[in-house]
Design a protein around this ligand. Structure first.
Ligand SMILES: [Zn+2]
Length: 427
């Protein structure tokens, strides 16, 4: 019993070993008894081999189905003729992505080597090409999302094909939660998103802005009283007034986070303009490259996304700059195009605040010192960026000089003036 226990334990632990092992040999410790025990035709009686279940097996690949993840990524899954691998019957295996399928030249109808390591999902190691009959068919990426039908797109920087439809049922929950988070809609978290989807009260982000009509159904939700319902509707209504850049962020376009959204809202005054921008135009904006530009163009290829934007705008959720944004835009930008790096602690500003001020002034706060850096603001206990700037001969200023500079700019820029006043830095 002890032997069996030890062997089974080792079988589990082998996943953590640095070497491959396909079994163990159980030996009698007492050498004196070896001769007495003798041997059979094949092996000595004082040693018995125990084989671990094989981690690999060969079986036939019957079909490939494409799963849509919550971020829209399409993953190919192989449907296999059931086979035992490592003591478990396996009938599905991951194929990871189309590039890997191509690289390994895996085809439908192939006999394939399947591996299962530990508790991970089984995957296909390689096809057994010697067993091909010529009937095998290549695996192709579907043209449309298997869940919602939107045309599939590919980002520049990754091998994964994606469904670009923000309202794709496979992705809607994630997007609803993200929408609530970015636009600061209190009460629109995971549990609310789950409930709204389960009760089919929402099948598109735009539906949020038509929920008023479904007041009675909302009131009937478990644990929802009048107050909770009213608060949520109020919060949703309030989000209509969010800045344009936040609304762009909320769309959850790949690679378009807050910073990129701010750049876009600076350049384009409405979603119409953004949508009509060419790839060259987008990729040419400092801070936005071809990867992000592709992603933006991809977003607007989905008919469903355009439809959603239209319905949102009809409900009064407008994708245009707010008055404040327009005002901010018209302020002078003395640091336009300049790259500024901070190192060390500042006495009067957090790193985030300081970077925000640079942005207000049109500059571009960056995290590493390069030849393109215009100047470095050095605080207390500066890091390696200080040495780097010294080596490259980049201009460096201390916090006092930085504040002096801001005071000059504040004469022309109300927003900066306000920040300095709040900090008690203006006379
Ligand atoms: Zn889809």
């Amino acid at each position: 019993e002890e032997v069996i226990e030890t062997v089974l334990k080792a079988q589990e632990e082998r996943e953590t070993w640095d070497f491959e092992a396909d079994g163990m040999v159980v030996k009698v410790n007492d050498i004196c008894n070896w001769e007495k025990l003798g041997e059979t035709m094949h092996h000595p009686r004082w040693a018995v081999a125990y084989k671990f279940p094989a981690k690999q097996a060969v079986t036939k690949l019957l079909e490939v189905v494409w799963q849509v993840g919550r971020t829209g990524a399409l993953t190919p899954v192989a449907i296999l003729e059931p086979v035992e691998v490592g003591g478990v019957i396996v009938s599905r295996a991951s194929l990871f992505n189309p590039d890997l399928i191509k690289q390994k030249d895996i085809r439908i109808g192939d006999y394939v080597l399947v591996e299962r390591a530990g508790e991970t999902i089984p995957y296909i190691v390689a096809p057994v090409k010697e067993r091909r009959t010529g009937e095998e068919k290549p695996i192709t990426v579907p043209k449309n999302c298997p869940v919602c039908g939107a045309p599939i797109v590919k980002e520049l920087d990754e091998a994964v094909p994606r469904c670009p439809n923000i309202n794709c049922p496979a992705q809607l929950k994630e997007h609803l939660i993200y929408w609530g988070k970015v636009l600061d809609i209190k009460g629109l978290g995971e549990s609310t998103a789950n409930l709204l989807l389960k009760k089919k009260l929402v099948s598109s982000i735009a539906d949020l802005y038509y929920l008023k009509k479904k007041m009675l159904e909302l009131l009937k939700l478990p644990g929802w009283g009048y107050k909770k319902t009213e608060n949520l509707l109020k919060e949703i209504e309030k989000s209509k007034g969010a800045p344009f850049w936040k609304k762009i962020t909320a769309l959850g376009i790949r690679h378009v986070g807050e910073k990129t959204a701010q750049l876009l809202a600076e350049r384009f005054k409405s979603i119409e303009e953004l949508r009509n921008a060419t790839f060259i135009e987008l990729a040419g904006i400092p801070g936005i490259g071809p990867v992000t530009a592709t992603s933006i163009k991809n977003f607007f290829t989905a008919e469903q996304n355009l439809e959603m934007i239209k319905r949102l705008e009809e409900a009064g959720f407008l994708f245009v700059r707010t008055e404040e944004e327009e005002k901010e835009k018209s302020l002078p930008k003395p640091l336009e195009g300049q790259r500024v790096v901070f190192t060390g602690e500042l006495e009067h500003f957090t790193r985030k605040e300081a970077q925000r001020i640079i942005e207000i002034l049109g500059g571009n706060p960056t995290n590493s010192v390069t030849r393109k850096t215009n100047f470095v603001v050095v605080g207390k206990n500066p890091g390696s960026k200080f040495q780097k700037a010294q080596k490259l001969g980049i201009r460096m200023i201390g916090e006092d000089e930085f504040i002096q500079m801001l005071k000059e700019f504040a004469k022309e820029n109300k927003e900066v003036e306000e920040i300095l006043r709040e900090k008690g830095l203006l006379g």
